[in-house]
Design a protein around this ligand. Structure first.
Ligand SMILES: Nc1ncnc2c1ncn2[C@@H]1O[C@H](COP(=O)(O)OP(=O)(O)O)[C@@H](O)[C@H]1O
Ligand SMILES: [Mg+2]
Length: 253
């Protein structure tokens, strides 16, 4: 397995109140590939994703030990300002979160925040990232319309474009197609397939078929632990652990 540990997690434990949600997580995510995180509801997938951009800190009563390393830097020690951390990480949530402004303003929001003012550059980037998110053809003639006019599936692609526009290194996604219509889901999946040439994508999904279609590597979690991690083909066709076999075989859900 070729691993470039540019995103890695070491001895990570997360407690919320007196409940241990994540147990001794150790993993190096493969670079420029899609790693799917699968496992039953409540096993800690979302929590694990939230530790990677420090969104977890917003939960009450949370206690985190261990390290999340980006290019060798522990994000809990070395990133004082969350803006520079989050610039490295795009996050696509389960439901689209468009800003209450136009389609165009949504895509260029992060760019403006980072000081780009030249309208020509902003327009070029808006087109580029809307194309990558497979939304350009549907919105290019109504860029000044409010984003809220778009369908949920279009809004999710807009959020993908907005995330990509800040040119992150890593894209974190939490069940990004679960609220979408089949056509938008397919378009998002197609975008991911192209994006993995350039980005490290961590995809939480409870849809096993989606993991089969997209993932290069798979992490199987159960009750807050990583049970098995490996190339998707191995996990799906020849899992080593009994629990993984049962989950893939539909015996536990
Ligand atoms: N803010 C929170 N406060 C208390 N318990 C939480 C909180 N967030 C998650 N949990 C608990 O942590 C466990 C893992 O949740 P989560 O990471 O959302 O799982 P998944 O995404 O795999 O469904 C669940 O038992 C859930 O109830
Ligand atoms: Mg979840």
């Amino acid at each position: 397995m070729q691993i470039n540990p540019h995103l890695g997690i070491s001895q990570l434990n997360v407690h919320i109140g007196d409940q241990q949600i994540l147990k001794n997580i150790n993993i190096n995510f493969p670079n420029k590939a899609i790693t799917a995180i699968i496992g039953p509801s409540g096993c800690g997938k979302t929590t694990l994703l939230k530790t990677m951009n420090r969104l977890i800190e917003n939960s009450r009563g949370v206690n985190i030990t261990g390290k999340v390393l980006i290019n060798g830097q522990n994000i809990y020690d070395d990133y004082e300002d969350l803006t520079s951390l989050r610039k490295k990480m795009g996050l696509l949530a389960q439901r689209p979160t468009p800003l209450p402004m136009s389609i165009y303003a949504n895509v260029v929001f992060g760019l403006k925040l980072h000081g780009i003012k030249d309208e020509k550059i902003l327009q070029e980037k808006a087109e580029k990232y809307l194309r990558i998110a497979s939304l350009w053809d549907e919105v290019h003639d109504r860029m000044r319309d409010p984003a809220s006019k778009l369908s949920i599936g279009q809004q999710q692609r807009l959020c993908l474009a907005r995330g990509l526009a800040i040119e992150p290194e890593i894209i974190l996604c939490d069940e990004p197609t679960s609220a979408l219509d089949p056509i938008s889901s397919k378009k998002i999946e197609e975008s991911f397939n192209e994006l993995k040439q350039e980005y490290t994508i961590i995809l939480v999904t409870h849809i096993l078929r989606q993991a089969r279609r997209l993932a290069d590597y798979v992490v199987f979690m159960y009750l807050g632990e990583i049970i098995e991690f490996g190339p998707a083909k191995e996990i799906f066709e020849n899992p080593k652990e009994q629990l993984t076999k049962e989950y893939i075989g539909g015996l536990i859900s």
